[in-house]
Design a protein around this ligand. Structure first.
Ligand SMILES: Nc1ncnc2c1ncn2[C@@H]1O[C@H](COP(=O)(O)OP(=O)(O)OP(=O)(O)O)[C@@H](O)[C@H]1O
Length: 212
């Protein structure tokens, strides 16, 4: 199943962020979204994953085909590693969590509460969740944050296998994952022209600048 995005426009906090975004990702391929902080990588991924509606344009596959992993790991703090994975396996209709535990090197931590995991271990659990979703399209926002070198390599291997099995992946990341088949898309040309620009206030319409 290919992912085709056509003339997509998206907004955050009521302001247009990106417009005219078009690309296609074929099965077995990965696309890395690039661009400076605040350009709209997270906003685009959230829109693709169906967490917010687009302002315009279309996405060729439904959100139900996608597994989305955001900055926040979305873990249940008071459940153990296996309970967390079991929960997600039930949500996504799969059963066997053992391969995911082993693949993300979590077997030795299976009975630890999620709240007692280190940042990198939490991240590995968040990524193990991808493996129990059984969904063909992975939409990943900065998936390697907090991971050490070994864990980044582990994760790259998991993504590689996903692509080899006909899945596809979309990332926002500044880290080089060493995936031979990864293409990149620079989002700078798609920055939305917003009315606040050029009013002489020096404020470019972004909220992060307002609170800096
Ligand atoms: N909840 C929000 N309400 C209002 N504006 C927001 C909100 N979240 C983000 N924004 C703004 O929307 C714009 C796009 O943010 P987004 O998080 O998509 O960028 P990004 O490219 O993912 O950035 P980074 O590389 O820093 O993660 C930024 O100007 C940001 O300040």
């Amino acid at each position: 199943m290919e992912l085709r995005v056509t003339d997509l426009a998206c907004a955050r906090g009521g302001l247009p962020v990106l417009e005219g975004v078009s690309f296609t990702v074929q099965p077995g391929r990965a696309l890395v979204l690039r661009g400076p902080n605040g350009i709209g990588k997270t906003t685009l991924l959230r829109t693709l994953a169906g967490l917010q509606p687009p302002l315009a344009g279309s996405v060729s596959v439904p959100p139900e085909s996608m597994a989305y992993a955001a900055h926040a790991d979305g873990l249940k703090a008071t459940l153990t590693v296996t309970e967390n994975l079991g929960f997600w396996a039930r949500v996504f209709g799969t059963h066997d969590i053992e391969p995911a535990l082993q693949r993300m090197n979590l077997s030795g931590l299976r009975d630890r509460l999620a709240q007692n995991l280190s940042a990198g271990q939490k991240r590995r659990l968040g990524l193990a969740r991808l493996l129990v979703t059984n969904r063909p399209i992975w939409v990943l926002d900065e998936p390697t944050v907090s991971l050490d070198t070994d864990s980044v390599a582990l994760f790259a291997g998991v993504v590689h296998d996903h692509l080899k099995n006909g899945g596809l992946a979309l990332f926002a990341t500044h880290i080089e994952l060493g995936l031979a088949s990864a293409d990149t898309l620079d989002l700078a040309p798609f920055k939305a022209k917003i009315p606040e620009e050029g009013t002489g206030t020096g404020f470019d319409g972004g909220f992060d600048e307002a609170f800096a």
